[in-house]
Design a protein around this ligand. Structure first.
Ligand code: MG
Length: 373
């Protein structure tokens, strides 16, 4: 079997808002073969950049476009192709957007392998420990305690037992943050996991003060309170609070995560399978986390291609691990796949069909595709 094409399809909502919502656009990667079997993957960072990384002509031995590197290759050689992509893009890659592009291709290769063998990705990853995964509802933090309370109640009424509130004005005012977190905890009661996601870089001392407030409300983890590069700050913060510190959605590769764990001393790492290097790389990151005694809870805020990849990955992990489940409802988040992966009573079933076990809705895909840019 040979790869005949690597398509990078840019999808976008008609209106883009500058908010913390990466479901507004994506690049869908479709790998085609001479045997007619196809695999799909996705990433969701700056589609114009991702398309360029995949489609560019080569400008030197270690500055090659991913599409040209893969055409004619056997798609079943996933590990070898990962290294080929990583090595031959190394002058403009090794981290960041190139790893996001490699992630999308890698997910598509695993989907293709599953379709070729007739096995679900979770079986290829070593087998399922569970048939459904526990999801936490992931939402943006409302402005007022009343709105936060109402949202928390709505999430609980949908059957979730865990929720994360993030971004927006969080982190700018300790008093306002306390009020909203207090309202949420009061609304959901004890025994419901509440997480807080800051999403940008606070000062270390401010983050310590916030973490100590959150200790009073039994917060399951505090996510991304500092700049991703402030590893010394993460170590200092982790030592100063009992709230588990989580981060890693902007990090890529096993090298980046090893440094984050060794120097940042965080309790939880959050690789995003569509950013950090795909299933091939996140498997390795998971092994490192296991060896270091660090928990791994993948970041997952995108369309159902990433959700499917993440669900298969979690199903094949021995330890309990939450699925991040974005509650937003737009055509990219909820309609790109024929049978959306919905949370029922806070659980998402692991698809049973070969590969990722999902199918693109070609009509919706065509409507969302950007062809003029
Ligand atoms: Mg986050």
């Amino acid at each position: 079997m040979k790869i005949t094409d690597v398509e990078a399809i840019w999808v976008s909502l008609s209106e883009m808002k500058l908010i913390a919502d990466s479901t507004q656009q994506a690049v869908i990667v479709r790998i085609k073969t001479d045997e007619g079997i196809e695999g799909i993957g996705e990433t969701h960072t700056a589609p114009y950049v991702i398309k360029a990384i995949i489609e560019t002509d080569s400008s030197g031995i270690v500055a090659q476009g991913i599409r040209s590197l893969l055409i004619g290759e056997n798609p079943l050689d996933i590990e070898r192709l990962w290294h080929k992509m990583y090595y031959y893009t190394s002058r403009f890659g090794r981290r960041g957007a190139v790893l996001n592009a490699i992630s999308a291709v890698d997910i598509a290769l695993w989907d293709l392998l599953g379709k070729y063998t007739g096995l679900p990705v979770s079986t290829l990853l070593g087998g399922r420990f569970r048939e459904e995964v526990s999801a936490y509802a992931s939402v943006l933090m409302p402005d007022t305690p009343e709105e936060a309370r109402d949202l928390a109640l709505e999430i609980k009424a949908q059957g979730f037992q865990a929720a994360k509130f993030g971004w927006e004005t969080l982190g700018s005012d300790l008093v306002a943050d306390r009020k909203r977190v207090e309202a949420i905890r009061k609304a959901v009661g004890s025994g419901f996991a509440v997480m807080i996601d800051i999403g940008y870089g606070l000062e270390v001392r401010h983050a310590i003060r916030l973490a100590r407030i959150l200790e009073e409300y039994d917060i399951a983890f505090l996510e991304e309170p500092l700049s991703p590069d402030n590893l010394a700050g993460f170590a200092c913060l982790s030592a100063a609070t009992t709230v588990p510190i989580a981060t890693g959605e902007k990090e890529t590769t096993r090298f980046g995560f090893l440094e984050l764990m060794e120097r940042g001393k965080v309790s939880i790492i959050q690789p995003d399978i569509a950013r950090a290097g795909g299933l091939t790389e996140v498997k390795k990151i998971a092994l490192l986390a296991d060896l270091k005694g660090v928990e791994l809870i993948p970041h997952c805020w995108s369309n159902d291609i990433l959700v499917a990849a993440t669900v298969h990955f979690i199903a094949a992990r021995p330890a309990h691990c939450y699925l991040e489940y974005c509650l937003l409802d737009n055509p990219i988040r909820r309609e790109l796949i024929k049978e959306p992966l919905s949370a029922v009573n806070g659980k998402v079933s692991v698809p049973k069909r070969p590969g990722l076990g999902i199918e693109l809705n070609e009509e919706v895909l065509a409507k969302l595709t950007i062809t003029q840019f």
